[in-house]
Design a protein around this ligand. Structure first.
Ligand SMILES: NC(=O)NCCC(=O)O
Length: 391
């Protein structure tokens, strides 16, 4: 199959504007100024050698009189599965992806990254479109003791880095159940915990309910040496984002396998809106490319069965609590986005905007508890019918 030439990125298109226009458009679309951060030549050289796009961005924050800055660097790694065909034996596929991940983590480590995050189910094909169980269920592994966690624990220790690893989890103790799970490893290589995806998509080629159920791990925030972090898979669900904020998250990572024309226009909005409304940083990280499967499958859209997945459009990016966003990685390439932020900005924005004062959680709690009942009556006001005697 000949590869379709994909559009590179919104950022590369913006860069073609005349300089003055570019600056104005960028300010309106992307928010206040960001600054350049230093990234060592060694990281740049390694990135170019391994064909990994490397971009970086620093978010501005005022110095405070009483609190020291809480500066942290994060790394978002987006990658394609190719050149490994989806038919590659499982061990071989994982080993190849481990090797590539190792390179990206080394580049990030040289650039001083403290927290590193992969996309959703990063160590396997996004095969849920096929609805086949074999061999995909065999990719699932124990969150705490599986080979992926073990491999990353070593890297986390070597590089003093927190690593977020979203994988397909097998819970052998509880009925061999499968989950879509993010594992959090701290910078000493210890397993800190896991979070299971709360909202499982039921659309187009995202047939995840065939494999696993909605997560049962709540909305944990992980306290790390580099800040309070959380993982939110529920990009389309503002309440999922909200609860991580209520639990005190400063940085919320959103690992995704997001693809297709219906999904892409939402991508730059959802996590950005969550950062604004919940006053934390959001870090959205997506896989890249098309994945081709051995057998044809249908998408339930009346079109012919096919073997190719939706196009995963990459475009990983970070948003600050004031709505300012970083440039995005490309739609087409492996990439590493390095962003530096001072977590003090979260409270500064709360003080400035006061959204939390105006949040009115109590009215929503009441409304939500009513809306979850089977006999809920929607509050709709209709024009009253005139009594027949007045006609
Ligand atoms: N992986 C996943 O949940 N995808 C949802 C559909 C999308 O937004 O691309």
């Amino acid at each position: 199959m000949s590869e379709i030439k994909e559009f590179e990125s919104v950022d590369s298109a913006l860069h073609q504007l005349p300089k003055d226009d570019y600056e104005r458009v960028k300010k309106i679309l992307y928010g206040s100024d960001t600054h350049e951060i230093s990234v060592p030549e060694e990281s740049k050289e390694m990135a170019s050698k391994y064909n990994i796009e490397l971009i970086s961005c620093g978010f501005n924050c005022k110095e405070e009189q009483l609190r020291s800055p809480k500066v942290v660097r994060i790394g978002l790694f987006q990658h394609k599965l190719v050149p490994f065909p989806t038919t590659t034996p499982i061990q071989e596929m994982k080993y190849a992806l481990f090797k590539f991940a190792n390179k990206a983590i080394r580049i990030a480590a040289r650039a001083g990254v403290n927290i590193f995050c992969f996309p959703e189910t990063w160590n396997m094909p996004y095969a849920f479109c096929t609805r086949e169980k074999t061999p995909w269920c065999e990719y699932a592994e124990n969150a705490q003791f599986g080979p992926t966690t073990k491999m990353l624990q070593e890297l986390a220790t070597i590089h003093n880095m927190v690593i977020i690893s979203p994988i397909l989890e097998r819970d052998e103790i509880h009925n061999d159940s499968i989950w879509n799970t993010a594992v959090v490893i701290d910078n000493h290589g210890d397993y800190l915990g896991k979070h299971r995806k709360n909202h499982i998509p039921r659309t187009a080629d995202f047939s995840e309910p065939v494999y696993y159920a909605e997560g049962n791990t709540g909305h944990p925030v992980f306290e790390t040496e580099f800040g309070k972090i959380a993982v939110c898979f529920g990009r389309h669900h503002p309440l999922d984002w909200l609860v991580f904020g209520l639990n005190g998250a400063e940085l919320v990572f959103c690992p995704a396998a997001a693809g297709g024309v219906a999904s892409e226009p939402l991508w730059s909005i959802e996590s950005r809106n969550a950062a604004i409304t919940n006053n934390y940083f959001t870090c959205a990280v997506n896989r890249v490319g098309t994945e081709i499967f051995e057998n044809e499958f249908s998408s339930g859209d009346g079109k012919q069965p096919h073997r190719d997945s939706e196009y995963f459009y990459g475009s990983s990016f970070v948003t600050a609590p004031n709505g300012t966003r970083s440039p995005g990685l490309s739609r087409t390439k492996n990439g590493l986005l390095i962003a530096e932020m001072d977590l003090n900005l979260c409270r500064q924005v709360k003080d400035q905007w006061g959204f939390q004062l105006a949040q009115r959680l109590e009215i929503y709690a009441e409304c939500l508890s009513k809306a979850t009942k089977h006999d809920f009556v929607p509050h709709v006001i209709r024009k009253a019918c005139r009594p027949s005697s007045t006609l």
